[in-house]
Design a protein around this ligand. Sequence first.
Ligand code: FIX
Ligand code: ZN
Length: 436
Amino acid sequence: MHMATTSVKHPEVKGRSRAAGLLGGEQIRSAVEEVLASTQFIDIHTHLFSPAFGKIGLWGIDELLTYHYLEAEFFRSSSMKPDNYWKLSKKEKADAIWKALFVENSPISEATRGIVAVLQAFDLPTDASALAEARRFFEAQTIETHIRKVFELAGISSVVMTNDPLDAEEVPTWMNGGQKDSQFQAVLRLDRILWGWSQHWQELARQGYAVDERATGKSVAEVRRFLEDWNARMRPLYMAVSLSDEFQFPDESMTSKILSEAILPSCREFGIPMSLMIGVRRQVNPALRLAGDAVGRADLRALENLCRTFPDNRFLVSVLSRENQHELCVYARKFSNLMPFGCWWFLNNPSIVEEITRERIEMLGTSFIPQHSDARVLEQVIYKWRNTRTTLAPILTNSYRLLHNDGGGVTKQDIQRDVNRMLRTNFENWTKLSAG
Ligand code: FIX
Ligand code: ZN
């Protein structure tokens, strides 16, 4: 940013000197839009998988239509009961959702409109008859070239996966050499250990780690050995867990014990952050399965205690409740080892993304990560990142215009630096990704 200087030689041009490249009010919007359009972002949290993982990597129109966001909306616009829906084939489910949400009603929700945007991105028809042609198109694609095309359309250079070392579908790939696709980075996801210990500790034992149900004796050391083995296998950028709205720290729970005695020390040893995604109210309606989760306001004093107690750990944090967003910003001002990221799940709607992003800029400048996609199906990154750019452009334009009106100024290079920081280097520096 450049400080304006007042020209005294020519009083008629009082105010800002035209330092080389400083953008005028109107030029700011187009510069912001060009930078956003031309910069490839890093998508720091998704549920996507590289081709090495085979069928657990979801893509194509039937997977797009049966996304759990759309399943939740389907049950509001159809008389079909969940028990009957779950009996259908994937294709039959997609047919039912297409009919209810795209033919009988206008697809104007965020998730339905996203499907229309994906079809348009591939120059496919988007009207009521579009489903058959879309199926033919996606069936004709080969996944490797399709991924490159999708990433190009989405304007992303790489995605970060969510990898569960206790998931029976995923582990065989890791045990047979893993994956080497640099556009897919790994994350060590630890929900089953951190809050599912009682149901999953035997899986660790089966993998050869001397742990027990109450995590006594050598259990903590064995969890750290487990993490060391999976860190070597996956080379994860960070470790991660999703925590409910009732999460407390410290307390007498197994979660607090394993987090403080095993996982955070291992994060420090490996030099990687811990991602905490806080605020899920799990399975409020189990009949909806993956679509059955909801949201609750969390007590972020747990996060405050973690950031203060573990100053040498770096925390990547997303919170699910809109009501927790402002205090997350305040905590980020108190703790430089806290990196807020994303407008997660029920927050990833333009009306709320705008509010969250504006208050983050007002309180944190560019020291946060505005967005991730949380994509579960490959082509979702196309609409999720298109919507992010559309929502971010006026917000950044407004921020620079305010600076301009207060006597400051920016060049297009300044805007490029800021966008790079928010959507690339904040994450690269936090995870040492740039260190290669
Ligand atoms: O815990 C998570 O990673 C959540 O993002 C998912 O569980 C959730 O189902 C989702 O995909 C939200 O977008
Ligand atoms: Zn997720």
